[in-house]
Write a new protein. Sequence first.
Lengths: 148, 550
Amino acid sequence: MLALAFRAGTADLAIAARNIVEVLPRMPLRAPSLAPAAVIGLLPFRGTLTPVVDLCLLVAGRPAATQLGTRIIIVSIGTGAGARLIGLQAEDVSELIDCSVTTRGLHMPEHAWLGDHLAEQPGLPQLVEPAELLPEALIALFTRQPAP
Amino acid sequence: MAQRDSQLASKLSYFVGVFLALFALFAFLAWRTLDQVRVKGPLYEEIILGNVLIADVLPPPQFIIEPFLLTLQLVEETDAAEITRLVDKGNELRIDYENRQEFWKRTLARDTMGDLMTVTSYRAAMEFFRLRDDDFIPAIRANERDRARRVLDQMQQRYDAHRYAIDEVWKLAEQRNLANESKADGLVQSQISTLGILALGIILVVVIMAWFARRAAATLSQRVQLVSDVADRVAQGDLTTEVPSTDDRDETGRLLFAIGAMTLSLRGLVTRVKQASVELMSTATEFAATSRQQESTVQGFGASTNEIAAAVKQIAATSQELLATMEGLNAVSGQTADLAEQGQSGLSSLDSTMDRLAQAANAMSARLGAIREEAAEITGVVTTISKVADQTNLLSINAAIEAEKAGEQGLGFLVLAREIRRLADQTAVATLDIEQMVKQMQTAVSAGVMEIDRFAEEVRSGVGTVDRVGGQFGQIISQVKTLSERFDTVNHGMRSQSQGARQIGEAMGQLLDGARQTSVSLREFNAATESLRDAVSVLKQEIAKFNLGH
């Protein structure tokens, strides 16, 4: 089992490879009008406009550093017809780590998206479920409503 | 008067007495000499006695009695040595006879006595000597006594003839002597009587002369006494004396007249001298006062001149010192000009050096700019490499994710993707290093460029400063040169001033000498005036002695 390690603000995090669609380099994005601050733009990806959320803004309240390590991780949330692709911009996206051994960390109900710690990796990164990561309001924004 | 008269008269009597006494002494001596040396006088008798004595003692050489006696001795003699001695003696006697005969031949007159002496007696004597030497002595030598006696008889006849002649001569000489003696005696007697008459006459003349002289002396003495009295009174200053005139035109009369004239003219002269001496006295006093005043004036003038000369000397000394100082200053300014010129040439060489330095700085700056550009290019390349590495990393991540999704089939691919990702990471790290190094290099180059720029700026400002300093040096040189000319002018002035001061000093010295000489002359003049005054006062005293009768 492999997971993609990254950093958001001061937190070392990881996402399981099976949840990841593709990793894209950082690119200049245009933030959609009136969108929440965390949504930094819409990325055309495989024929659809994929909203991109800056995890650094979301977690630490500051935008991600503009460097090569900062990349956009395309993940898929939801299943079936309600499945959506979402871009997550994070820092230091450059390493795939083994995530077979996990250990339970602190239990914080308000931050349920923070999963188990990868006990064998340096910095004890925490596994993150993308579907739980985003708040409901944001998810709602991204869920395509069927045309009336 | 009587005394002087008696003096003159007694002197005359004394002279006459002495003359007579000396004359009497002379007459006595003359008479005594004549008496003594006259024939038959005492001296004459002594001389005759001496001659008679000699004639009586010596054998007569002109009477051959001794040779005759020798022949008589030889007839009896038998000793050979004695014969030889007697013969020699005979020969000597013959030589003596002949010598004396020569004398008498020259001396005696050719009268009866002379013929008897030099002819008759001589012939008989020569016959005698011939017989003796030719016949008698050979017979004696041959010891023929008889022949010798015969010859001796003949010789005796000759001897007798000779003796007869000699006797005649003796008689004649005796008669002549007696005649001569009586003649000389008469002569002396007559001379003595003449001498006595002469002496009597001389004494008579002298006595008459003494009488006349005594009379003349009495008259002369009287006149001279008169003149002497007048002269005595004149000498005592009494010029009122009247000289008695006389009609005599002889020497004493003229003397009296001259004394009278002299007294008169002396009286006039003394009167005039008296007046003149009074005037002279006042004049001398005025002279003395004036010359004293002049002397004090000249002394004041000399003192003033001295002060002026001292002041001028000081001025000359000061100007000399100033001149020396100016010369020193001139030398210093010349050195300054030289130094400034050297500085200027040094600055021009410094200027060119600075220019070269600025060019070098510019070149260095340009090279550093090139280096910076190169570094920028390197940075671009490194960025590209970084991007490539990043892309590779991304690719490998995506590949790994796909491999993970593929499950068992994707395992090998997963390994490959990991390797690729590792290479990409290393590349990224290397590029990071390179980027770092390039950044450092760029920083260093930037700092170098800044330094060079600053250096170049300093060099530029240095060049400017050098140019400015050079200009200032030029100004200094030109100013120093003008200064030197001014120094020359001032020097010239100083020298002429010093010379002038010296000339003034010399003139002052001459003036001072003149004043001193004038002062000395004035002092001498003063002294002369004093002595004049003294002389005049003495003269006045002397004149006061004269009695002018009014």
